[in-house]
Design a protein around this ligand. Structure first.
Ligand code: NAD
Ligand code: GLY
Length: 363
């Protein structure tokens, strides 16, 4: 049953996020209602297809929506121009036109790739996000950032292109690996710290149910997270200001992913990055020590790392130097001026170095 619907109000690009438990059988009806009698290109990978393909296809058959399956490789390497080119080729060979639609069934990789293809194929074809990882359900499927990677940088080739609808079945999370589940939790913890209550209390009070992937509480936290993201995207769709707060914990997080050679995955690196951002906020007189401790407690609670050890800060600074160049001369951090009140600040080199040295020694 669909339990929650979140609106993303963006004028003529507005859409709804449907959230429920064991609802894949209803997907085609919703697609028909929102997109009309389209023909669909179903883009997914073999792993997700094995788990959930038959449910989606049965639903499409019942509603008489014709479809063609396009399988892409699993993993980040699928977010490339060469895979996109193969997908364009299949769409052309199978005769897809602008009036048809793409269904992206999978995690953030499938969603970003399929969304990018949708935004460029015949100058734009409708697409539906059906996210099946926790990260995709609370973050990547919402907000219209779609991209592929370039050998010189992640997400460098992309567009802003909103889906026609997002359809979330939290029951699909039952098959997700522990590590990918924890990675999604890191983004939910991020929303809790940038927005505050009631999500922050819910994460502390209902930890056991959340960790057991109870579908009722999952529907609730996915809905809250999507609402928080929707509100920010509505205020700053093109990422010109406020949307930057979604990068809380990401500045050091990206450096950790890169310096560790991706031994820390995105969620783990962001978790450590949030504790660092909280410490930096405290050092600059914005956040109380008890709130830094709260970061550590909540992050530990969900099996994510809250610190790391490194003998030198040089490599981290080098990676962050690249970001600094792109933001015209300052290290830009999302800090907290109290829990629930993110602020974007340029941080002085000396403050950053002192905070980073202390943080990486503690770990
Ligand atoms: P992913 O898509 O690689 O999925 C992780 C793994 O889980 C994959 O092996 C996938 O096949 C598998 N999987 C998917 N659903 C499953 C299920 N229900 N059960 C079992 N296994 C399942 O990774 P991700 O973490 O979902 O997404 C990461 C990507 O998202 C990155 O490329 C990142 O850049 C992007 N991203 C985009 C945005 C955005 O705003 N567009 C935001 C955050 C992240
Ligand atoms: N994941 C960050 C954003 O959507 O802006």
């Amino acid at each position: 049953m669909i339990k929650n619907v979140v609106d993303v109000a963006l004028g003529d690009r507005s859409y709804k996020i449907y959230i429920g438990d064991r609802v894949l059988h209803g997907i085609a009806e919703t697609i028909k209602e929102k997109c009309g009698s389209v023909r669909a290109a179903l883009i997914t990978n073999a792993k997700v297809w094995d788990y959930y393909g038959s449910q989606v296809v049965e639903a499409l058959d019942v509603e008489g929506i014709g479809y063609e399956l396009i399988l892409v490789p699993d993993g980040e390497q699928a977010k490339s121009l060469s895979v996109a080119e193969k997908v364009y080729g299949e769409l052309i060979e199978k005769g897809f036109e602008r009036k048809d639609a793409i269904i992206a069934l999978g995690g953030g990789v499938v969603g970003d790739l399929a969304g990018f293809v949708a935004s460029t194929y015949e100058r734009g074809i409708a697409y539906v996000q059906v996210p099946t990882t926790l990260l995709a359900q609370v973050d990547s499927s919402v907000g219209g950032k779609v991209a592929v990677n370039h050998p010189l940088g992640k997400n460098m080739i992309g567009t802003f292109y909103q889906p026609s609808l997002v359809y979330i079945d939290v029951a699909t999370l039952s098959t997700l690996s522990e590590r990918d589940y924890a990675g999604g939790m890191a983004e939910i913890i991020k929303y809790a710290f940038i927005k505050g209550e009631p999500l922050l209390s819910l994460l502390q009070e209902r930890k056991d149910e959340i960790q057991a992937r109870d579908v009722d509480v999952l529907s609730q936290i996915v809905m809250m997270s999507c609402s928080i993201k929707a509100e920010i995207v509505e205020a700053d769709e093109r990422d010109l200001g406020l949307r930057a707060v979604l990068n809380y914990g990401h500045t050091l997080g990206h450096a950790i992913e890169s310096v560790s050679g991706y031994q820390y995955n995105h969620g783990e690196a962001v978790a450590i990055g949030m504790v660092f951002a909280a410490e930096l906020s405290e050092r600059l007189g914005l956040l109380e020590k008890k709130d830094v401790e709260l970061h550590r407690r909540v992050i530990d609670m969900y099996g994510l790392p809250s610190s790391m050890n490194a003998s030198s800060i040089d490599e981290f600074m080098k990676v962050m130097e690249r970001d600094k160049k792109r933001s015209m001369g300052g290290h830009v951090f999302v800090l907290l001026d109290g829990v629930g009140n993110p602020v974007v600040r340029r941080v002085d080199d000396n403050d950053l170095i002192a905070a980073l040295e202390a943080f990486l020694k503690e770990g």
